[in-house]
Design a binder for this molecule. Structure first.
Ligand SMILES: *[C@@H]1O[C@H](CO)[C@@H](O)[C@H](O)[C@H]1NC(C)=O
Ligand SMILES: *[C@@H]1O[C@H](CO)[C@@H](O)[C@H](O)[C@H]1NC(C)=O
Ligand SMILES: *[C@@H]1O[C@H](CO)[C@@H](O)[C@H](O)[C@H]1NC(C)=O
Ligand SMILES: *[C@@H]1O[C@H](CO)[C@@H](O)[C@H](O)[C@H]1NC(C)=O
Ligand SMILES: *[C@@H]1O[C@H](CO)[C@@H](O)[C@H](O)[C@H]1NC(C)=O
Ligand SMILES: *[C@@H]1O[C@H](CO)[C@@H](O)[C@H](O)[C@H]1NC(C)=O
Ligand SMILES: *[C@@H]1O[C@H](CO)[C@@H](O)[C@H](O)[C@H]1NC(C)=O
Ligand SMILES: *[C@@H]1O[C@H](CO)[C@@H](O)[C@H](O)[C@H]1NC(C)=O
Ligand SMILES: *[C@@H]1O[C@H](CO)[C@@H](O)[C@H](O)[C@H]1NC(C)=O
Ligand SMILES: *[C@@H]1O[C@H](CO)[C@@H](O)[C@H](O)[C@H]1NC(C)=O
Ligand SMILES: *[C@@H]1O[C@H](CO)[C@@H](O)[C@H](O)[C@H]1NC(C)=O
Length: 851
């Protein structure tokens, strides 16, 4: 009974459905249902649902007008999931193009479209995984699912698509390896799997599987392997594996007859000058951001078809600008960071099609050539050493350009020709050559010259005044002279306190704070923001940066001592060397450094940006530094130009807590210094993101605070000076230079170069000898501390290196162990050196037991 009622309801529902739609089971019904349910109504003018389906736009029928065989509904605003019983039922469909819509899900009956030869679902919002159901599409030739959100693995059932010619699955979220099923698709002409999250290696036999393959794009994944994987793809004309983890020598790839080759952003190595290749087919070559070495090919002269050439960011040796004048078709040239030295050749002006030219981050000097290239839209010359004027032809074409950057050179130009904001971003660091200077000149040297001139003028004027005064004095007597002079001096001082620019003189430097109103330039004190300290307070704390408060003069500039309001005892470090950062960048960097806190780092208390002068303010370290302590140096102002003696103690204020004599006689104390310094470096390397490389670890940068805790200083300052000082620092301090610095392929310091320098400090601490120039008694060949101690360790005579001043008994074994740690740190090859974290572990193992 109940069943009977239920049955009739079903029948009724069925009948009702069929009556409601007048043409069930026809392609017209399915297509109209599809359009209606995907948000297109008959009100849209294009689709007149009363007319025959075969006349609708984008719908193509077979000759009997019975079945839809081709459906092209690209870019008509289809939205949401495709319902079942719509296009999934068009079983004669050959070609389906639903690209450029907002489709989110495919229907379950989609996989019965077994006649499909061409399927394009590109640029939709389809998510979820692609199942092995695609194996049903055995006739498929063009398969495009690009620019969707497909996830999970690419299914193995790809192996059934034996007719496939074009496979585009790019810009999805496919993961894991490319399935070996793809090897069965031997008709493939084009594969694009770029911009997914594919990983692993290529399936075995990839190089032999595709005799017809012309283009292969695997860019922007994380696939690894070697170039040999491609070198047998004989028909290939375009290979793009940019942004993966391929490695090995690139030489093998140059057996293919390529038109486009993009190997950028991988880990390829090799001397590219050794590549022997017929370049005549090549149109596009990008080898940027690899680890290629040697010199750039000099045999590019038969690559007349080359339009795009990028070799940027590799590890080439220092080299002259390569010959490129025969590359007449060149449109894009990127030689950024390729170790170029010397001049930019004038011939570059002959490249009539050149559109983009990037020569940034090199060591190019001399003048900028005329560059009368009509089509030039992008120029980047930043971070070189170019000088002279910017040619007026370039200046005139700037308004038409998309991008240009001349910053960080030594160019001269008249700023009035250029808007101030552009001057700041694109010509930063250029010297103003206008008769009336609008901006203060940037480079210290120029400033020196300027001031010397000004001083001369002042001296002349003063002499004249004095001469005149002398005459007046002779004429009127001298009784009031002293008083008058005092008054004058006083008022001069007051004036200087209020308004600048201020000029200060030390033995080696003149520095200028281009500050108009001293009280309006804030000094940021991180922990005490409410103190409202200004540059005027800095002036009074240091008696107007008086020489009496000078602690030291280092490579960065002078260091002064003072008490800020709130009784904050500080060392004020004026960073005089021409910085390459803008004020905002420098402030951001100093703010960042201010947040870096560790019990073994000298804290940055605050900073001040005064004109173009950057001033770093540190906690004052009462007990001097390790260099003074070890070698009993007279404390006080050190020699000016030696980076290795950048200290800030002063003569009458040496060690405060304990006499320096007693301190270093115990192994326990020396161990404490070693471990503390190691902890500081381990923190900078492993506890900071991005890791901070100190770049100047040495005995004089290890300080002792009031509690005699070791504290490393000057971390991060090198960065504030950008590449300019980098080279100087890279050269290192005598005795502290890691061997890799003198390798031709050396690029920049790494954490492992800090490890080396730490090893030297450790040797100093254990032997009491200086890194260079000391008396390494028993070895005539040893010219440095490192070679002496390493020699002794190798000869198993480590105990002879121990500083005789260490007099606690029973510690020799531990000190010898520590010397071996130093031996590991100073290994010639950086990768053989332990990390700072490991060193902390090793040093903790030999901690003197508390008795
Ligand atoms: C829709 O097609 C029918 C039949 O071909 C025709 O009579 C009608 O005018 C068309 N309507 C529009 C708005 O074009
Ligand atoms: C579909 O139509 C668009 C625009 O009309 C066209 O570009 C595209 O080639 C067509 N697709 C197919 C498969 O014919
Ligand atoms: C798929 O459609 C997009 C957008 O209409 C088009 O750019 C692409 O070439 C098509 N794919 C194939 C394989 O024809
Ligand atoms: C890919 O290259 C690597 C390194 O050269 C090699 O070990 C591997 O066997 C190659 N794989 C294939 C599929 O050729
Ligand atoms: C290679 O792929 C990258 C990333 O998609 C793209 O920027 C580059 O233009 C491609 N190179 C070529 C030669 O098509
Ligand atoms: C390079 O290839 C081109 C075209 O195939 C050919 O004309 C030319 O002689 C070749 N050059 C060399 C140096 O082999
Ligand atoms: C191409 O450059 C190489 C190396 O500089 C040189 O030996 C060769 O003669 C040049 N060929 C032509 C055609 O200029
Ligand atoms: C030159 O190459 C570098 C490294 O790949 C890149 O960062 C830079 O944007 C490129 N320059 C131009 C102008 O495309
Ligand atoms: C920059 O060029 C000048 C000459 O114009 C030269 O004196 C100076 O050493 C160069 N600097 C660097 C870092 O190469
Ligand atoms: C800038 O160029 C001038 C010559 O134009 C040169 O004397 C000076 O040393 C250069 N400055 C730097 C920092 O390279
Ligand atoms: C020029 O290059 C510098 C350094 O790379 C960068 O800070 C600055 O933003 C660039 N300016 C423009 C306009 O791209």
């Amino acid at each position: 009974m109940g069943l009977g009622v239920f049955g009739s309801v079903l029948v009724l529902t069925f009948l009702f459905k069929h009556l409601a739609s007048q043409q069930p089971n026809t392609d017209e019904f399915y297509v109209s249902e599809f359009l209606k349910k995907m948000g297109l109504t008959s009100s849209s003018k294009v689709y007149n649902f009363s007319s025959s389906v075969c006349s609708w736009k984008g719908v193509y029928c077979d000759s009997n007008k019975e079945h839809v065989v081709e459906l092209n509904l690209s870019g008509i605003g289809l939205t949401g999931p495709i319902p079942d019983t719509t296009i999934g039922k068009l079983n004669k469909l050959h070609s389906l193009d639903l690209s450029n819509n907002k489709i989110t899900t495919l229907p379950s009956d989609f996989w019965s479209l077994t006649s499909l030869k061409s399927l394009n679902l590109s640029s939709n919002h389809i998510s979820g995984s692609l199942t092995n159901n695609i194996g049903n599409f055995g006739l498929l030739e063009n398969f495009d699912l690009s620019k969707n959100s497909f996830s999970d693995e690419i299914p193995e059932a790809l192996s059934s698509l034996v007719s496939l010619k074009v496979l585009k699955l790019d810009h999805n979220m496919f993961v894991r390896s490319i399935p070996s099923g793809i090897l069965k698709c031997q008709s493939l002409v084009s594969i694009d799997l770029s911009s997914n999250q594919l990983s692993g290696t290529l399936p075995h036999g990839f190089g032999d599987a595709f005799p017809k393959l012309r283009t292969l794009n695997l860019a922007e994944n994380n696939i690894y392997g070697g170039v040999s994987n491609f070198s047998r793809l004989k028909s290939i004309v375009s290979l793009n594996i940019s942004g993966n983890s391929f490695q090995g020598s690139i030489i093998e790839v140059f057996v293919l007859k390529l038109e486009a080759l993009d190997l950028s952003r991988n880990q390829f190595q090799g001397h590219i000058s050794q590549v022997k290749y017929n370049w005549s087919h090549l149109v596009y070559l990008d080898l940027s951001e690899n680890q290629l070495s040697g010199e750039i090919f000099q045999n590019l002269n038969n690559s007349m078809n080359l339009k795009h050439l990028s070799l940027a960011c590799n590890r080439f040796s220092r080299q002259k600008f390569p010959k490129i004048e025969m590359l007449l078709g060149l449109e894009y040239l990127n030689l950024s960071k390729t170790s170029l030295v010397g001049h930019i050749p004038d011939e570059i002006s002959h490249l009539g099609n050149l559109n983009a030219l990037d020569l940034s981050m090199n060591h190019l000097d001399g003048k900028i050539p005329l560059l009368k290239n009509k089509h030039l839209q992008v120029i980047d010359f930043s971070h070189n050493n170019l000088s002279g004027p910017v040619p007026s032809f370039i200046l005139k074409s700037l308004p038409k350009m998309k991008k240009y950057n001349f910053s960080y050179n030594n160019l001269t130009l008249c700023a009035s020709e250029i808007k101030p904001d552009i001057m700041k971003t694109s010509f930063f660091g250029s010297v103003n050559s206008c008769p009336i200077a609008a901006n203060p000149s940037f480079f210290k040297k120029r400033r020196d010259v300027g001031h010397r001139g000004m001083k001369l003028a002042l001296v002349l004027t003063l002499s004249l005044i004095f001469a005149l005064a002398g005459i007046l004095f002779l004429a009127f007597g001298c009784r009031r002279k002293n008083k008058m002079w005092e008054v004058k001096q006083g008022s001069y001082r007051e004036e200087q306190n209020i308004s600048g620019p201020f000029s200060f003189q030390t033995d080696s430097t003149t520095w200028v704070a281009d500050v108009k109103q001293a009280t309006s330039v804030p000094v940021v004190i991180f922990e005490k923001p409410l103190l409202n300290i200004t540059f005027a307070d800095l002036l009074s704390a240091t008696s107007n940066f008086d020489r009496g408060t000078l602690l030291a003069e280092g490579k960065f500039g002078p260091v002064y001592r003072g008490f800020l309001p709130g009784n904050i005892h500080v060392a004020v470090k004026v960073l005089v060397v021409g910085s390459t950062l803008t004020d905002e960048e420098a402030a951001r960097e100093l703010e960042f450094l201010g947040r870096i806190k560790h019990p073994n780092l000298v804290p940055l208390t605050g900073y001040c940006v005064a004109g173009d002068q950057r001033i770093a303010i540190y906690d004052y370290m009462e007990n001097g530094n390790l260099q003074n302590l070890l070698y009993d140096l007279p404390l006080g102002v050190q020699s000016t130009d030696d980076w290795s003696t950048d200290t800030w103690e002063e003569a009458d204020n040496g060690i405060q807590n304990v006499g320096s004599e007693g301190l270093l006689t115990t192994w326990r104390f020396r161990h404490k210094i070693a471990l503390g310094t190691a902890r500081a470096l381990a923190f900078l390397h492993h506890g900071c993101s991005p890791p901070i490389i100190h770049r100047a670890v040495k005995a004089s940068s290890v300080y002792l605070d009031y509690d005699l805790e070791p504290r490393l200083s000057d971390f991060g300052l090198a960065k504030i000076f950008g590449s300019g000082l980098d080279e100087e620092i890279a050269r290192g301090s005598p005795g502290y230079v890691p061997p890799e610095f003198s390798q031709p392929e050396f690029e920049s310091p790494t954490p492992k170069s800090d490890v080396y320098c730490f090893g030297v400090v450790l040797f100093e601490l254990l032997t009491g000898k200086k890194p260079v120039g000391d008396d390494y008694t028993d070895d005539k060949e040893a010219t440095t501390l490192v070679s002496w101690v390493r020699g002794l360790v190798r000869k198993n005579q480590t105990s002879r290196a121990i500083d005789p001043k260490i007099c606690d008994t029973g510690s020799d074994e531990q000190i010898e162990e520590a010397l071996k740690v130093g031996y590991l740190c100073t290994a010639d090859l950086p990768f053989k050196r332990p990390t700072m974290q490991q060193i902390v572990g090793l040093l903790k193992d030999i901690e003197p037991t508390t008795s």
